[in-house]
Design a protein around this ligand. Structure first.
Ligand code: NAD
Ligand code: UDP
Length: 325
């Protein structure tokens, strides 16, 4: 049995895309799960199937406000993750990353709880080193439109390591690279959800710039396995650890693959490249492999197939819904 079982685990942002998959996994591991979310980008729909589970509890709460609960472990995932959503209210985004981290670290300190931070490949900014190892310190514009997210997450990492050094907290920092799968928000503007929804609706596929920029896409099940292994690793493994799929694709390749897999008649339409859009991104996962024995196993086409099936069903339900709803 894993050391996880019979632990009370708090998941902030638990009603979001990644959080809902993590809650499911933790329940399957035998944990009591307290899911906390302010529903900014997540929703009860993502966890509605868990509400009847005897070891699942859902609480509406904003982590920029202190939280007093009793748990053994904390996964801190609360933060809007897509550029459209995190730029909607950038001050709130920074507050969620920074004040949220302070509140959750304070909670962990009082409880002596181990705490995991969902950090991001965005700490590398528009990288000049490729692929990105954890030692790379990044190339982030501190005053651009992405800074509320990138710098907020960087500051959160700083706080995690200071709480570790100053207060002896057991910390686990994961740097997550672009992840996709069922329960992504259909309108959050991320590239995988955008392209699939556009393809299924027969609308133009919107490529920003010339489509030569690259990303590495990890299927959600692989990512959650990495989370669980990192959280369960010995105290001296603090991270940061890159968790992502090193398969690297141009955005144009992604568009062509989605069109092929959906059999869509959509055409490709060019749009301006957003400010500070990173030109390339690919994780170096040497650390995750050696320290956690983790590497992703789901290929892009397989993961896209599952994600397309999810959005196809979702769009079908929406089409059946009466207009007044
Ligand atoms: P998401 O938007 O689906 O989930 C975030 C959740 O946090 C939502 O349910 C939202 O309502 C909640 N939330 C936001 N602000 C909050 C606040 N102040 N208090 C309480 N809840 C709040 O995004 P996701 O893709 O599931 O991302 C989860 C975490 O992983 C985020 O921290 C994100 O930065 C990180 N991450 C995700 C990716 C990815 O590709 N999905 C990549 C890098 C990092
Ligand atoms: N992108 C695109 N069309 C879209 C949405 C995104 O070409 O409809 C591009 C975007 O400019 C970026 C890449 O896809 O280069 C990934 O964007 P996303 O918002 O998913 O994540 P991030 O930029 O944070 O990696």
């Amino acid at each position: 049995m894993k050391s996880y079982a019979s632990k009370r685990v708090l998941v902030t942002g638990g009603a979001g895309f990644l959080g809902s998959h993590l809650c499911e996994r933790l329940l399957a591991e035998g944990c009591d799960v307290l899911c906390v979310d302010n529903y900014f980008t997540g929703s009860r729909d993502n966890v509605v199937h868990l509400l009847k589970h005897p070891r699942f509890e859902l609480m509406r709460h904003d982590i920029t406000i202190p939280l007093y609960v009793e748990v053994d472990r904390i996964f801190n995932l609360a933060c809007p993750a897509s550029p459209v959503h995190y730029q909607h209210d950038p001050v709130q985004t920074t507050k969620t990353s920074v004040h949220g981290a302070i509140n959750m670290l304070g909670l962990a300190k009082r409880l002596g709880a181990r705490i995991f931070q969902a950090s991001t490949s965005e700490v590398y900014g528009d990288p000049e080193v490729h692929p990105q190892p954890e030692e790379y310190r990044g190339n982030v514009n501190p005053i651009g439109p992405r800074a509320c997210y990138d710098e907020g997450k960087r500051c959160a990492e700083t706080l995690f390591f200071d709480y570790h050094r100053q207060h002896g907290l057991s910390i686990k920092v994961a740097r997550i690279f672009n992840t996709y799968g069922p329960r992504m928000h259909p309108n959050d503007g991320r590239v995988v959800s955008n392209f699939i929804v556009q393809a299924l609706k027969g609308e133009p596929i919107t490529i920003y710039g010339d489509g030569s920029q690259t990303r590495s896409f990890c299927y959600v099940d692989d990512l959650i396995e990495g989370f669980v292994r990192l959280m369960d690793s010995p105290d001296d493994i603090t991270g940061p650890i890159n968790i992502g799929n090193p398969g690297e694709f141009t955005i144009l390749q992604l568009a062509e693959t989605v069109i092929r897999l959906t059999g869509s008649k959509s055409r490709i339409e060019r749009r301006p490249l957003p400010t500070d859009d990173p030109k390339q991104r690919k994780p170096d996962i040497t650390r995750a492999k050696s320290l956690l024995g983790w590497e992703p196993s789901i290929r892009l086409e397989e993961g896209l197939g599952k994600t397309i099936a999810y959005f196809d069903a979702l769009l079908g339900q929406e089409a059946l819904r009466p207009a007044a709803e």
